[in-house]
Design a protein around this ligand. Sequence first.
Ligand SMILES: [Zn+2]
Length: 151
Amino acid sequence: MVEKLARARAAVAAVEDPEIPVLTIEDLGILRDVRLDGDTVEVTITPTYSGCPAMIAIGLEIETALARAGFPKSQVRSVLSPAWTTDWMSEAGRRKLLAYGIAPPNPNALPSCPQCGSENTEQISAFGSTACKALYRCLACREPFDAFKCH
Ligand SMILES: [Zn+2]
């Protein structure tokens, strides 16, 4: 039973974020809980923010991953409270994000440039390539970059 749960959890934890495929939902910190109720796997996620269209895709990805791991019956539940914050993102997740060229969330300051590391950056637009990111520009190397929005 414990082994079965560990298998289900591993399958869910490996699901990638559809917007940032280098990050798993575990890296992002949106995976809250995985439990077994008989044959049904119950997964609890907290969306990065309510209304993020990626969450529908993530729900489907979780169900698909579980089915592939031998769990055809699953239920994905979204819990909005307590609200997800960027603090839930793992250290590994932040490193992967930076390596991917997206500035990790920095609640106390402007994001640093993922290209040159400069903190001399400015926001160009509140909307980056997806709604969960904002577009910034580095004033040192002049490169535009995406930054994960803070909540
Ligand atoms: Zn730069």
